[in-house]
Design a protein around this ligand. Sequence first.
Ligand code: ADP
Ligand code: MG
Length: 366
Amino acid sequence: GGGADDGIVRALPDTLASKIAAGEVVQRPANALKELVENALDAGASRVDVTLKRAGSELIQVADDGGGMGPRDAVASFGRHATSKLRHFEDLERLQTLGFRGEALASIASVAQVELKTKRRQDPTAWCVRVDGGEVVSEAPCAAPDGTCVSVRNLFYNVPARRAFLKTPATEFKHLVETFQALALSHPAVAFSLTHDDTEVWRLAPGVPQTGGAGSGGGEGGGAQADREAALVRRLSDLAGGVDASELTAVEETTSYLSVRGVVAGPDRARRSRGDQYLFVNGRYVKSRSLDHAVAQAFGALLPERRHPLFALFLTVDPRHVDVNVHPTKTEVKFDDDRGVYSFVQAVVKRALAEDGLGLTFDPNA
Ligand code: ADP
Ligand code: MG
């Protein structure tokens, strides 16, 4: 028979499963910041205000003016694998939102003390939910503006090993800033602010709205594209102190497989660190040593030794040709034609630099 030891295989309690998953989704404050801001953007925010204390270890707060949630969803959003963005596996291929795993809020809340205040326009009052270490400890109506404000306090307070593993505040802050910049660059039409320890670090004005229509005559396509480019140039020059629009080269090229657009700063603006290389695939900020290298190669001999070009490039590719799902923090990508993408990016940047009179000759066979 089965004996006394039968029936010992059981599903983990949800809060424990989330706490384990949190190790993958949120390794440091910057990961939590990214998830919260992406949620704000997915909710259609036109304004995102970030407040940090002690490099995020004391507080990471993200306030948005997006669609908000009703009371039921406010609580449900902390559930493991709870999402409003994905219903069927096939949806994965056409996904337009930044989130989809439904893991972020549950994971963050399992390793922190979280307060969520949210209000939809049509609701008479906001709803406030508090979750400590994954357990909902209170929910009640409260006063708050339309939109959502999530405050994450004392990240990893209940995972001492991970808290101890955090790097110096300076290092964690650097990661937070990089994350903030990437999100701000990929959404130049949205107003952003960043405040750290009561000091305002950035206040970024919204760029021209992405979907125009208002005034300015002309065709839809060309005007909207020019607006987008202008907003991006402005955002990059706001963020990369001292770089002005005239030092940025626009990049724009499309094939049936891939489109690349964005801006690259001239060789004079190349950096000592790799920190200002912003690459996005289908709107997501990703890291790719290989594509960073492709851009550097496009500069050829113009790039001073041990310098890295400053750029913000947006690749758009049919989601079927790219896997953004390689890691839960979603910063790595794999194309089905990695080498083709490398060559294309290099060629396109090289051509753009040449056309901007940087003295390179473009060889389409190179
Ligand atoms: P995902 O973003 O992958 O769906 P999350 O755990 O990040 O998973 O969020 C769970 C759900 O909570 C979202 O699908 C969304 O419906 C809701 N939500 C989270 N943050 C916000 C926000 N700032 N505004 C409106 N809804 C939100
Ligand atoms: Mg999310």
